[in-house]
Design a protein. Structure first.
Length: 300
């Protein structure tokens, strides 16, 4: 089955990474149609069309500015039953696409997500706790090599059933990542698609591996704390949007299980730096969450 693979991009500053992402998709064994969606950047669109000619499909975002609009441009125009998303600062390992498509053999699966590993442009910071991999766009270490049912997957490396995606209207125009706003549009989409198909599941597929670039400026404590704060704000926005705080069940489990386990391990190792960063990350996320709830009037 041929699938549509869409790469979203918005800036020429990531040109070399975009070329790498395109090459990684073109080298996949599974039959696919590659579409690159440019987010309201005409010079980048022209550079891509000049560089690749008719080797790949290059389109312009037909919706609101932001990655959600670019993804909707790809998926809503696709003619294949399955659509896969990849970002311009990531690249896929061999076998990635085959593993994702295989996870969709069960019709009860709405979609699936990849295992995402970081590519540090500098060495991994000594202080960085890996339980906070999401800060740099990396998934947690997998407990099993088999696909695992999850509440949601991340859009970087996501595969979805196009019919259900289109039925719910794709990504929301008023909720997502644009500029300094960091709202979890992928989680919101997964929840909405799940509500439309009670009993259906999402899977995370460890065998489907992509690697995500982590530039030097994202290796600082300041970036870490700001990203945690923005995540807290975004999750508060999700709670407000869904009017249901149980939508944050995965985050609650993460706070109750994953972080305490990591904190204990660091303390037993005598690594007070990483233990301190776990606490700092939780605090920054919590402050962002609480302030956003107060600002929107959801907290009562």
């Amino acid at each position: 089955m041929t699938v549509t693979v869409g790469i979203t991009c918005h800036t020429e500053q990531r040109w070399s990474q975009l070329v790498e992402a395109i090459a990684s998709v073109r080298s996949q064994d599974h039959p696919h149609r590659l579409v690159v969606s440019v987010d309201h950047n005409r010079p980048l669109f022209e550079r891509l069309t000049d560089h690749y000619g008719d080797e790949i499909d290059v389109v312009e975002n037909q919706y609101q500015q932001g990655v959600s609009g670019s993804r909707n441009t790809i998926a809503l125009a696709a003619t294949t039953p399955l659509v896969v998303f990849l970002e311009d600062d990531a690249f896929a390992e061999p076998g990635w696409l085959t593993a994702l498509v295989a996870a969709m053999d069960d019709e009860n699966v709405l979609g699936a997500g990849s295992r995402i590993l970081p590519v540090w442009h500098t060495s991994e910071p000594r202080w960085f706790p890996r339980e906070f991999g999401w800060v740099i766009g990396a998934t947690l270490p997998e407990a099993s090599a088999e696909p695992t049912a999850v509440r949601n997957v991340w859009t970087g490396g996501m595969i979805v059933r196009r019919d259900v995606f289109a039925e719910v209207g794709g990504f929301r125009a008023d909720f997502g990542k644009v500029g300094d706003v960091s709202e979890p549009e992928d989680t919101e989409l997964c929840l909405r698609m799940s509500r439309s198909r009670p009993g259906a599941v999402w899977l995370r597929v460890p065998a489907a591996v992509i690697r995500h670039h982590v530039p030097a400026e994202r290796s600082s404590v300041a970036f870490f704390l700001r990203r945690c704060w923005l995540e807290g704000r975004g999750k508060a926005g999700l709670a407000k949007l869904t009017r249901n705080r149980t939508a944050l069940s995965e985050e609650s489990s993460y706070l109750r299980r994953v972080l305490p386990r990591g904190l204990r391990a660091y303390l037993l190792q005598g690594d007070v730096t990483k233990a301190g960063m776990v606490l700092a990350g939780v605090a920054s996320t919590g402050v962002g969450f609480a302030l956003q709830l107060a600002r929107t009037g959801l907290a009562r």
